[in-house]
Design a protein around this ligand. Structure first.
Ligand SMILES: [Zn+2]
Length: 325
């Protein structure tokens, strides 16, 4: 057995819509970390100096100099060109992000190479390296939350595609061809539009009997309330629960058929209950054709830290355009 070699640390940032998690990360451990408000309704250019300042502060805390780090990995909630790292669309957050040359910024700032990656793909990479996806080079990960996220790893390579959008738009594939137009992408009957925390209140309120349902008396209509009240026998909640489990099962099964994984990981705020994991597993085993055997279906292991830890791998595996003059 060879001794474990300590690799140079990586500067990591998981840029979400609400908070930005920053860290100095090494061998799957956050040596120093801090979260700051995202202010994603403001230009990102205003936030970059703050991010740089926090990284410097974290480096001091961890006892390393920024120039001694091996690179920078950033997780970002959008689609980006896999080579240039330029953001292709903004989804209403950080609307100036498409104008920013992140690789140039990193080079000028610390002289370090940078990789910026879609947040769902970064989370999959984190799980692959340090979480429930370890020792498995063919993975699909889905996240069930405000939206539905997805990403795939094939033969040890995160699947990106020509324009960076391969496998990450699974939540926007049609599950109901007679469904509503999706407010995010414009497609019809997207998985995300059929069953996600964002679409749940609208679905609930349109159901027959909603006013008489226990759900109508809840301050917040979310899946925690739906599952709790369904267990008490509320008819509307049972219907919503069963419909949603069906959507998530079909969503995951479609990804199994598309990407041929050995293991499917389920993450996100809604994935906490065994009922959800069990229902998706059963759906896949019943409906997705896998003549070689059964796909393992498991809960993701790293929770909110998955993308930040994925940034370590990204910071070590920078794309060719990182070699700027
Ligand atoms: Zn959509």
């Amino acid at each position: 057995m060879f001794p474990k070699i300590a690799l140079d640390p990586i500067l990591a940032a998981d840029t979400g819509g609400t908070i930005i998690k920053l860290g100095v990360v090494q061998n799957g451990t956050v040596l120093a970390g801090k979260s700051i408000p995202a202010q994603s309704d403001r230009p990102l250019a205003e936030r970059l100096p703050v991010i740089a300042g926090v990284w410097r502060e974290l480096c001091r805390e961890a006892g390393v100099a920024p120039r001694d780090c091996a690179g920078i990995g950033i997780s970002f909630p959008s689609i980006m060109n896999p080579v240039t790292g330029r953001i292709l669309t903004h989804f209403g957050k950080y609307v100036d992000a498409m104008e920013i040359d992140f690789k140039r910024w990193a080079k000028d700032l610390f002289g370090l190479p940078l990789t910026i990656e879609n947040d769902a793909r970064a989370a999959l990479i984190g799980e692959w390296q340090y979480g429930a996806g370890r020792n498995c080079d063919n993975l699909v990960m889905i996240t069930l939350g405000t939206g539905l996220g997805s990403a795939a790893l094939i033969n040890g390579h995160p699947l990106r595609g020509k324009h960076g959008q391969a496998a990450i738009l699974g939540g926007h594939s049609t599950l109901n061809h007679a469904g509503a137009i999706c407010r995010v992408c414009g497609n019809i009957g997207c998985a995300e539009n059929e069953a996600s925390t964002a679409s749940l209140p609208l679905h609930a309120k349109s159901m027959t009997g909603f006013e008489q349902s226990l759900l109508a008396r809840e301050a917040t209509i979310d899946y925690m309330a739906v599952f709790r009240l369904a267990a008490l026998g509320d008819r509307v909640c049972r219907q919503l629960r069963d419909q949603s489990l069906g959507v998530w099962g079909a969503f995951a099964a479609n990804l199994v058929l598309a990407y041929d994984p050995e293991r499917v990981l389920i993450g996100g705020g809604i994935s906490a209950s065994d009922e959800v994991i069990g229902a998706i597993r059963e759906y896949i085993h019943q409906h997705a054709l896998t003549p070689w055997g059964k796909v393992a279906v498991e809960r993701a292991g790293l929770g909110d830290d998955a993308a930040l830890l994925g940034c370590e791998w990204l910071g070590r595996n920078t794309t060719p355009a990182a070699t700027l003059p």
